[in-house]
Write a protein that binds this ligand. Structure first.
Ligand code: 5GP
Length: 190
């Protein structure tokens, strides 16, 4: 997706060799118009595939996922990284290792918001090692629902996320693909 690629080129910052900081338009300040265009593009890509719900993982996937859900006309479910007093019963949970924070968390979903009739599209900001998306997939499978695919804004091609998901039969749609991060440059895969 050209608009996203241009924005990453202009404003993306490298933290070491691995982590791309996109706080000025995705992760901290949010460019709502760009998120709407991203959500519409995701909706168009998965159009006609029988998606009944979009799942995202709090918090950075929420903005694009809202627009994807709006354009597809389906509900959005936000998978939580911790349970709370209001979310303590009737749950599906699975442990996930956080890529950027190097800690693990219990990915949590209320059983009220999934059924074995659901065909779910997962939306997230980044695909790195595929841990977050694989966690979402485990929750979906625990509930005997099915997966339409995974849509991410940025795939880091040099990390094993795509291979991990495709091995499990998940179709991956990445709007931009980064083949490597040099010392001062971000190189995109074609
Ligand atoms: P994975 O679970 O695929 O290893 O990592 C995906 C999650 O880690 C995403 O939800 C995202 O929040 C975070 N993440 C992974 N790589 C990056 C990165 O380079 N930059 C930022 N900002 N987040 C990342």
């Amino acid at each position: 997706m050209d608009a996203l690629k241009e924005r990453i080129k202009a404003e993306g910052k490298l933290l070491g060799e691995d982590i791309l900081k996109v706080d000025s338009f995705i992760n901290h300040q949010v460019d709502v118009e760009l998120m709407e265009a991203i959500g519409r593009d995701i909706a168009e890509h998965f159009q006609g595939q029988g998606v009944t719900k979009i799942f995202t993982i709090e918090s950075s996937g929420i903005a694009p996922a809202v627009f994807a859900a709006r354009y597809m006309g389906v509900p959005l479910v936000i998978l939580k990284k911790r349970s709370s007093k209001t979310l303590s019963q009737n749950l599906w949970q699975t442990e996930v290792i956080s890529y950027t924070k190097d800690v693990s968390y219990e990915l949590t979903l209320s059983k009220d918001y999934i059924s074995d009739q659901d065909h779910i599209l997962i939306v997230d900001d980044f695909l790195a090692n595929g841990e977050a998306a694989t966690g979402a997939l485990r929750l979906i499978r625990k509930a005997h629902a099915t997966v339409a695919g995974l849509a991410v804004l940025i795939e880091k091609v040099y990390q094993p996320g795509r291979a991990k998901l495709e091995e499990q039969g998940v179709a991956v749609y990445a709007q931009t693909r980064i083949s490597h991060c040099g010392e001062h440059e971000i190189v995109f895969a074609e």
